[in-house]
Design a protein around this ligand. Structure first.
Ligand code: AHG
Ligand code: MN
Ligand code: MN
Length: 335
């Protein structure tokens, strides 16, 4: 008899018994995220045959050229999620301002922040891309309209976070604070089925993941950390293997499974300022939530990512994330 497959809903219901915070409304929220991901995955898998490759010609709030698939994924998520009945606010990497939920829709207490398509530079060359999501719950129940101050919460206050990875198989990895669990889409039945229960990041890795092309733009501390992993001075006594996909979701997923360290240090801008590239609220914070739930660490080089109180929706942060030992070693150089 084939092993009985566990669906996301069954897995969530089982966890609901353990975490009352996750209500039926939360299950509906996750289900609408899953439907969105199935629709995005369908387009990603046929991108070369559809008119979704290349750029839209627009530039987004990040100052980046918008890829057609960025735009498509963004529209799918907004359309689906505003109808989930679970949300009072949304924020997308592709939109400068908050996305309010029209009063004509049933609304709820949850707030969703997402990167609709992560790894945009890899879309046209058929390399893994993904969707990252972060779920907060509104603390204010006064009945006033939800606003920016409701959503600018520290990462430790997330009630859920995860990502979809559109690759050789389509996977969903998420946590509601009860460990990290991975599901694989079975296209023949259209269901995400449990394939990686209770994922744990190895305490020690031997893979180093960074865009070394930026080496001369890093500060001295980041360079020392980089040199350490690529020398025989690290804990393994030999240089780490370098793996860098350029899609954060893919680099993180490998780190979650194999261990090691992913780092995107601040880079020096033309005006001499150092600035991170990755977005705190829709990239670093949800992945930091997963990393810590899986026994790993995530820091901006000074503090835990999950402790950072956002001051703006699209603020960026340096990110060092992965195996506990490896991120601890990074901190030896950064602090
Ligand atoms: P996005 O496609 O959502 O803009 O994210 C791209 C990010 C992230 O996926 C990846 O880790 C990083 O950009 C790669 O940056 P570099 O090309 O500078 O290495
Ligand atoms: Mn991204
Ligand atoms: Mn993106």
């Amino acid at each position: 008899m084939a092993q009985q497959q566990v669906t996301v809903t069954e897995h969530l219901l089982w966890h609901q018994i353990k975490s009352p915070a996750a209500t039926g409304v939360f299950t509906q929220l996750l289900y609408d995220l899953i439907l969105s991901a199935k629709l995005i995955s369908r387009s990603v898998s046929k991108a070369g045959l559809l008119d979704v490759l290349g750029e839209t010609g627009e530039v987004n709030v990040q100052g980046e050229n918008v890829q057609k698939l960025d735009d498509y994924a963004d529209k799918i998520l907004i359309h689906r999620m505003e109808r989930s009945g679970a949300l009072c606010l949304m924020a997308s990497e592709e939109h400068a301002d908050l996305i309010r939920i029209d009063p004509s829709f049933t609304r709820g207490d949850y707030m969703l922040i997402f990167d609709p398509l992560d790894g945009s530079s890899n879309i046209d060359v058929n390399v893994n891309v993904g969707t990252i999501f972060s779920i907060h719950r509104r603390a204010d129940h006064s009945g006033r309209e939800a606003s920016l101050e409701d959503i600018l919460q520290e990462g430790y206050r997330q009630v859920g976070a995860g990502y979809f990875l559109y690759g050789p198989s389509c996977m969903m990895v998420y946590s509601t604070g009860q460990g990290v669990h991975g599901f694989t889409l079975d296209p023949s039945v259209g269901e995400f089925l449990l394939s990686h229960p209770d994922m744990q990041i190895p305490r020690q890795g031997n893979i180093y993941s960074a865009n070394d092309g930026n080496y001369t733009l890093w500060d001295d501390k980041a360079r020392l950390a980089s040199d350490y992993f690529k020398s025989d001075r690290n804990r393994t006594g030999k240089p780490y293997t370098l793996r860098y996909v350029g899609s954060l979701v893919a680099d993180f997923h490998r780190t979650l499974l194999y261990g090691g360290v992913f780092m995107y240090p601040a880079v020096r801008k033309p005006d001499g300022r150092f600035e991170g590239k990755l977005r705190l609220m829709c990239e670093a914070s949800p992945l930091a939530f997963l990393a810590e739930q899986a026994g790993g660490r995530a820091t901006d080089g000074q503090r835990r990512i999950l402790e950072l109180k956002p001051y703006s929706l699209h603020q960026r942060a340096p990110l060092f994330i992965g195996s506990a030992n490896d991120v601890d070693d990074v901190m030896q150089f950064m602090s």
